[in-house]
Design a protein around this ligand. Structure first.
Ligand code: EPU
Length: 418
């Protein structure tokens, strides 16, 4: 059990070097087993989900090691095509190994993935697309059995731009005969990052960042080096924390464009924001104004992963804010906990109405999921007295040394692990 102890009321000031992106690293780790090659990755965050992906790679026969923020993978020895249930349950991204295994071994045996409980998280789009590429898939209780004598390139249309389904198709299609075209693809920066890695690995992939991605043939490559991009959700979280606490924080090493929708609302809330190449400087007086309407959408819209932390930043903002969640059916799990701090939030279906209150009062909270837990920390930083967030390890799935990073900016926070 992790217990995050926060004494609120401190301004945040200083420079924050933003960690590498979890959601960009995970599909790249799955992709690293596509070809019998060695990969060296830089800027990989040290997180529980990354550790789970490395354990899956080792189970499949790869050498896979992390030292600080560098990862080495040797995928020449892949010898297995099944992933045990226990490893699958550790995170949602384990499902991306389905496409990678099909491509490398022609077979994949696994079970439905774990991950945050944000409502139903089916994988029907993944399975339908892999079937269209020629995979035979049987679902037997908790086992998914995929086989593909031959995968055939084809044109696929995704009815919804699912990030994971787009990644899975990209990985499987690397082994298909002929060209695969994905229409209606997700356009998130993590998809472009996966394309960049696949191109280095020798695959002909283009179009990422648009709704049409084309995957073609491969030339042989034996060794590649790749740097993971900065995490736009961690950057958004620190920006929201600084906005709510007041102060002046510079986020370094980021791609400002990747979280411009979050910055847009922080500006609307009254922050000064200066963007310079790969850094964002945010200054806040601490008392924000309500914003809205905010509506989560697939990229380039407002990211669902930043919704809970923006909500936390707005709890003391003057006036009313309205946030609508359209991506996940159950992503307001942080709300009952935030209300225990004294927040005034009313849920109406998929919308949350927040009326800013004068003060929040520290208490004991339970982290419900990764971003919901991060939101409780942001709220705790602005509450009077001590807030304790009891957490089964959700927050460390996505935030590397979060307590140390916030302490370096002046926050009074510590993490006790039991
Ligand atoms: N969906 C389906 N069928 C499918 C796939 C998705 O109905 O086959 C639905 C989901 O149930 C959900 C919506 O489509 O309602 C979006 O799902 P998507 O597949 O786009 O999300 P994901 O690949 O499961 C990734 C991130 C999430 C992030 C979402 C949306 C990773 C490892 N996870 O999930 O990140 O919220 O995209 O941007 O990349 C997080 O980091 O906290 C996190 C949850």
């Amino acid at each position: 059990m992790d217990i995050w102890r926060i004494r609120g009321g401190h301004r945040l000031t200083g420079v924050c070097f933003v960690q590498g992106s979890k959601n960009a690293s995970l599909p790249i780790l799955a992709a690293s087993m596509l070809a019998p090659a060695e990969t060296e990755l830089q800027n990989v965050p040290q997180l529980k989900d990354i550790d789970a992906a490395l354990r899956i790679l080792r189970h499949l026969g790869c050498e896979a090691e992390q030292r600080e923020n560098e990862v080495y993978i040797d995928a020449r020895g892949v010898s297995r095509c099944f992933i045990p249930h226990k490893l699958m349950l550790e995170m949602r991204s384990s499902v991306i190994f389905m496409g990678a295994l099909l491509a490398r071994c022609g077979e994949a045996r696994l079970s439905p993935p774990g991950g945050c409980q944000l409502g139903k998280r089916p994988i029907d789009l993944h399975l339908a697309a892999l079937r269209q590429l020629g995979a035979q898939i049987e679902e037997d209780g908790d086992e998914i059995l995929c086989r593909a004598g031959r995968l055939r390139g084809t044109e696929l249309l995704l009815p919804f731009p699912s990030v994971g389904a787009t990644e899975n198709i990209m990985l499987a299609a690397t082994a298909a005969e002929g060209e695969t075209v994905i229409r209606g693809a997700a356009r998130e920066p993590e998809i472009t990052a996966l394309q960049d890695y696949l191109v280095k690995l020798g695959f002909a992939v283009s179009g990422a960042g648009t709704e049409r991605i084309v995957i073609g043939g491969r030339r042989r490559v034996e060794h590649i080096e790749h740097r993971v991009l900065a995490d736009r959700i961690v950057a958004s979280t620190v920006a929201c924390a600084a906005a709510a606490c007041g102060g002046s924080v510079e986020l370094r090493g980021v791609e400002p464009e990747h979280f411009s929708t979050v910055l847009h609302f922080l500006k609307q809330a009254g922050c000064d924001i200066i963007i310079k190449n790969r850094s964002v400087w945010l200054r806040s007086g601490g008392r924000l104004y309500g914003v809205g309407p905010v509506r989560t959408e697939p990229y380039p819209g407002f990211p669902t992963d930043a919704q809970p932390v923006l909500m936390a930043a707005l709890l003391k903002a003057r006036g009313r804010s309205v946030i609508t969640e359209t991506i996940f059916e159950n992503r307001f799990r942080q709300v009952p906990e935030l209300k225990r701090l004294g927040a005034d939030i009313t849920l109406r279906g998929q919308s949350a109405e927040i009326w800013g209150v004068d003060s929040l009062h520290g208490t004991v909270l339970n982290a419900t999921d990764l971003r919901g837990g991060a939101a409780m920390i942001v709220a705790g930083l602005t509450a009077e007295g001590e807030t304790q967030v009891f957490d089964e390890g959700h927050i460390r799935r996505g935030y590397e040394r979060f307590d140390a990073r916030l302490r370096a900016l002046g926050a009074d926070i510590c993490l006790d692990q039991y």
